[in-house]
Design a protein around this ligand. Structure first.
Ligand SMILES: NC(=O)c1ccc[n+]([C@@H]2O[C@H](COP(=O)([O-])OP(=O)(O)OC[C@H]3O[C@@H](n4cnc5c(N)ncnc54)[C@H](OP(=O)(O)O)[C@@H]3O)[C@@H](O)[C@H]2O)c1
Length: 265
């Protein structure tokens, strides 16, 4: 199984946004499946610590590169980080999100959400996808969210960027599938990561929150099988209810009630 996985998606995986949370978990599970891992994020220290852990625990090669995925010269930063490494699998995990009323947010911050969450995945998928296509094999994982299914008040821009990733992955699943590249979008529900914890108002009930391990396992298992995956059966039911059963305006209102309950006093 891990031999097949390495033959299909090796020898290197690149995880963009790997220093903590779901990105670090992707890196761990990919190393456990035998891939070498190139870890990208802005903070060198946690990246280097994770790279050392992967080398020690899984006996794979692991490298860390400091890259700002919102940078105007992202293509050049990516080229310098990747060098001659043969990247067979891209995981674009990083995201930027600000909670609050759309009109109260700094425009620069809103535009940064689009840079990290939309421009970044397009650049990395394009640059690395061209090389995968030339080899006629590879994989791309983009992070969407349950928020991708409908508009979500108070995180309207973030939710729209997650819909962008879902639709991008679906299109590429068909298009790049023809040249041997598997593409999948992960529509994760609330997942206990450091960033998720930081955005939770003190003392608020967190509802149903999943763990990174099963989310990543479900996503890796869906790669090469489905255009998108909703990890966890409860999240699957929520996606079905919101996306298929309810009228769209009701789904938006339910999401709005949830975010207002969480973030407004
Ligand atoms: N957690 C959830 O509840 C949840 C639910 C649904 C979907 N998702 C999706 O899952 C993905 C991961 O979420 P997460 O909660 O683990 O945390 P996240 O905050 O989206 O991602 C954290 C990682 O991204 C890196 N990062 C952020 N901005 C960056 C930038 N400009 N350049 C380079 N690296 C950057 C961070 O490292 P540095 O700070 O070191 O740069 C960190 O390694 C996201 O796409 C998110 O939308 C999460």
């Amino acid at each position: 199984m891990s031999g097949e996985f390495v033959a299909r998606y090796g020898p290197w995986a690149l995880v963009a946004g790997a220093s903590e949370g779901l990105g670090a978990e992707f890196a761990r599970q990919l190393a456990a499946r035998g891939l070498n891992v190139l870890l990208l994020a802005r903070r060198a220290e946690p990246l280097e610590a994770l790279a050392a852990e992967l080398r020690r625990d899984h006996r794979v090669q692991a490298r860390a590169a400091v890259v700002d995925l919102a940078a105007p010269d992202l293509v050049a930063q990516l080229g310098a980080a990747v060098g001659e490494l043969e990247i067979g699998l891209l995981v674009y995990n990083a995201a930027y999100s600000v909670v609050g009323a759309f009109l109260d947010q700094e425009l620069a911050s809103t535009l940064r959400t689009i840079d990290v969450n939309c421009r970044g995945p397009v650049i990395l998928s394009h640059v690395l996808g061209q090389k995968m296509a030339a080899r006629r094999r590879g994989g791309i994982i983009l992070m969407a969210s349950l928020a991708a299914g409908q508009g979500v008040p108070l995180v309207a821009t973030y939710a729209a960027t997650k819909a962008f990733n879902l639709i991008l992955a679906e299109g590429l699943w068909e298009e790049l599938g023809r040249v041997g590249i598997d593409v999948v979008a992960c529509r994760a529900g609330a997942t206990r990561t450091p960033n998720f914890e930081r955005t939770q108002p003190q003392g608020q009930s967190q509802g149903i929150v999943g763990e990174p391990g099963p989310v990543v396992t479900a996503t890796l298992n869906a790669l090469g099988r489905h255009p998108s995956v909703v990890p966890g059966w409860l999240n699957g039911m929520a996606a079905f209810l919101l996306g298929r059963l309810l009228p769209r305006r009701a789904a938006i209102q339910i999401m709005g009630k949830a975010t207002r309950g969480m973030y407004e006093r």
